[in-house]
Design a protein around this ligand. Structure first.
Ligand SMILES: [Zn+2]
Length: 63
C-alpha cells in the first residue's frame, strides 16, 4: 500500500486516515518526492514550506 499524504499540510501519513498535524481527512496517494523535517523550528526549508511540526512531508501533491 502506498502511503498517503495530507492535501492540506503535505504530511505523509503511514497510519490511519486523519492527519495528526492538521486534523484533515483529505488524504491522497498521488504525491511525489518527500522531505524529512527533523527540526522544524530551525530548518530554512521548513520555513519556506510553512511546516511547523517535525515529520515527513510530500514535496508535490498531484491531486
Ligand atoms: Zn495535514
Amino acid at each position: 500500500m502506498v502511503d498517503q499524504a495530507c492535501k492540506n499540510c503535505r504530511l505523509i501519513i503511514t497510519q490511519g486516515t486523519v492527519c495528526p498535524v492538521c486534523g484533515s481527512d483529505q488524504l491522497t496517494s498521488k504525491w511525489s518526492g518527500y522531505i524529512v523535517i527533523l527540526d522544524a523550528e530551525k530548518s530554512e526549508i521548513a520555513k519556506k514550506l510553512g511546516i511547523k511540526v517535525n515529520g515527513t512531508y510530500a514535496i508535490n501533491i498531484n491531486a
